[in-house]
Design a protein around this ligand. Structure first.
Ligand SMILES: [Zn+2]
Ligand SMILES: [Zn+2]
Length: 460
């Protein structure tokens, strides 16, 4: 998500992409220790669990008798949390066609086991799993067609959310803060179009057939379809310049490769990319009916994007509830041709996208089915995620605002440093890149921590 915020801050296509996800240098020794982040839910429900919530299993087991869990295996070819995610997704599908919950759990575990046995490594696993899920989805759509909201595989907010909702109220961004942080707002004249008030048009180039690469800064030519006219390698440094004291002065080296500033880029990609975002086809969350007195819910959201001929487009979305359960997680097929999966930062592989038939419109429809205008959405730099989702939503809690940088805007703390500082944990950047489920979970945990801390001081 921080990639898109860089794009937004810089005024569409022309931000230096080098601001992405590099605020943290991780000691490699900490990798081992944090390999299985221990997400202890701090907000467990004490009331009878609503059926719909129960169906969606936690990333890490919450003590409950009813669960479909994969057993962790030491040195396994596929990480446990990945397997658990697919078990959860399979359960969702089987629930639509199964008579009992137990039945759905068993079928899901069997399905996942088959996928696992067929896969030699994680990549293969993901590809097989996505296909299996697609098949299950196709089967279950037949049975839920014409169904109502209840048949949707989405949890209702916990009843326990009501107290959290109240505590979070003071963190909801005002219209002024939304504008200041470049949240997409409804264009005053064009319906369904967004306007970014901090967008900087001056940086743009007027020639529509020329683009500036957001990684290396090179200008390149595209045709009417946005496709590259020439195959040109993109060569750049993903890190930033860090000043070091050396005998007799200061020397600046790139954080990515320790190369002296000015040396040829250490990252090489096949093509240049740009990070424009389209501002049309937005949808708006709707006020919930006045007769509905239930708590509108609290969820955290994180998205991953990849580079297409259009610019940056949504490739994955994850929604986590206040019990730290992943309640919605899907890969999304971008509308335009993908140029670069941005795997290093997005964790998205070609197989992920190829196996997905979900469009951004499908995602919007799903989100609107359980996110009302009053629902609190939590995110880190959520403006970028809302832009990627093409969603207007005004009830927002942003960890980059609630945990501000001591220097103020435009400086923002990275989610990594917040998690390290406040939750005493360093988010793992897995080999496959980055994980939106981890980020969404971290955001929820940060806000749970925050309201708990504030609750302590209030009592005094
Ligand atoms: Zn470098
Ligand atoms: Zn480039």
């Amino acid at each position: 998500a921080s990639m898109l915020s860089a794009a937004l801050k810089g005024g569409q296509a022309f931000a230096s992409a080098n601001t992405q996800r590099k605020g943290v240098t991780m000691a490699s020794s900490s990798h081992q220790a944090t390999h299985q982040p221990n997400y202890q839910p701090t907000h467990q429900p004490t009331h009878p669990v609503h059926l719909k919530s129960l169906l969606l299993l936690p990333m890490q087991p919450i003590p409950t008798k009813r669960k479909a869990r994969v057993r962790p295996e030491v040195g396994a070819k596929v990480p446990h949390d990945v397997r658990q995610r697919y078990v959860n997704l399979f359960v969702e599908e089987f629930l639509k066609t199964s008579v009992t919950v137990q039945d759905a759990f068993e079928k899901a575990l069997t399905e996942e086991k088959t996928v696992y046995d067929r896969s030699i490594n994680k990549l293969k696993y993901l590809s097989v799993a996505v296909n299996a899920l697609k098949r299950l989805k196709n089967q279950s759509t037949v049975s839920v067609k014409g169904g109502t909201f209840q048949s949707f595989p989405i949890p209702f907010p916990w009843k326990g959310d009501a107290a959290l909702y109240e505590s979070l109220k003071e963190h909801i961004l005002s219209e002024e803060v939304l504008t200041e942080n470049n949240y997409p707002l409804q264009h005053p004249e064009q319906a369904g179009c967004a306007i970014l008030y901090r967008e900087d048009h001056k940086k743009g180039i007027t020639d529509s057939l020329k683009r500036i690469c957001c990684r290396c800064g090179a200008t390149y030519s595209v045709n009417q379809m946005g496709k590259h006219m020439r195959k040109e390698e993109c060569n750049y440094h993903s890190g930033k310049g860090v000043e070091n004291k050396v005998p007799g002065g200061v020397e600046t080296r790139y954080s990515c490769c320790e190369g002296v500033v000015g040396c040829p880029g250490c990252q090489v990609f096949q093509l240049h990319v740009h990070d424009a975002v389209s501002l049309d086809n937005f949808v708006t969350t709707l006020p919930k009916p006045v007769t509905d007195t239930a708590c509108p819910g609290v969820f955290s959201v994180d998205c991953e994007m990849c580079y297409t001929t259009l610019g940056l487009e949504l490739a994955r979305v994850t929604v986590v509830n206040s019990s730290l359960q992943v309640v919605y997680d899907t890969f999304v097929k971008p509308a335009n041709e993908v140029i670069d999966y941005n795997t290093r930062f997005s964790g998205i592989s070609e197989d992920d996208i190829r196996g997905s038939s979900t469009s951004i419109q499908d995602v919007q429809e799903t989100l609107l089915s359980f996110v009302s205008a009053e629902t609190i959405l939590i995110g880190h730099g959520l403006e970028a995620d809302l832009c990627a989702l093409k969603l207007f939503h005004g009830t927002v809690v942003d960890t980059s605002v609630s945990f501000p940088h001591r220097l103020g805007l435009p400086h923002k703390m990275t989610l990594h440093s917040l998690t390290a500082d406040y939750l005493r944990r360093i988010l793992q950047e897995s080999v496959g890149g980055h994980d939106s489920a981890q980020d969404a979970t971290a955001c929820m945990e940060l806000m749970l921590w925050k309201v708990k801390e504030e609750g302590k001081t209030k009592r005094w």
